[in-house]
Design a protein around this ligand. Structure first.
Ligand SMILES: [Zn+2]
Length: 131
């Protein structure tokens, strides 16, 4: 098992924090096969809440992928509890927002799509006024 962390860096203006709709967020990744070095042409998605059965044992995984070149079956999972928000305290640095448990593949590219949630500083101020 190899753990790989995905880190992002962002500029936030008037934003308190940025995070995904975990555990339903779809992580779109390009994956490299560790066996033959082949990189997938398209992005594959995995979601922590969605599990598929593995063929050779009874456990489940978030994404089971067969390498087009060497036919090896690889899998990748979102590590439970590894999700974190990017906050206005993290501006200017890279922050780990998720970690993957990789078996036979490693992510080489990430495409952020829909499913991000933003909390503005104003909203936080408003909430504080109501308390
Ligand atoms: Zn391969």
């Amino acid at each position: 098992m190899v753990k790989i962390a995905l880190q992002i860096r962002a500029q936030l203006e008037c934003i308190e924090k940025l995070y995904t709709n975990h555990p339903h967020y779809q992580w779109f990744l390009k994956l490299k096969c560790n066996s033959c070095g082949e990189v997938t042409e398209k992005f594959h998605d995995l979601t922590e809440a969605d599990k598929v059965p593995q063929k050779h044992n009874r456990s489940e995984t978030n994404l089971l992928i067969k390498c087009k070149l060497c036919s090896r079956e690889n899998s990748i999972d979102v590590i439970e509890g590894s999700n974190a928000a990017f906050t206005n305290n993290d501006i200017g640095k890279f922050k780990t927002i998720v970690q993957f448990d990789c078996r036979g593949v490693e992510p080489v590219d990430f495409e952020p799509k829909s499913g991000w949630i933003v909390e503005s500083e104003d909203k936080v101020k408003n909430l504080m006024m109501w308390i």
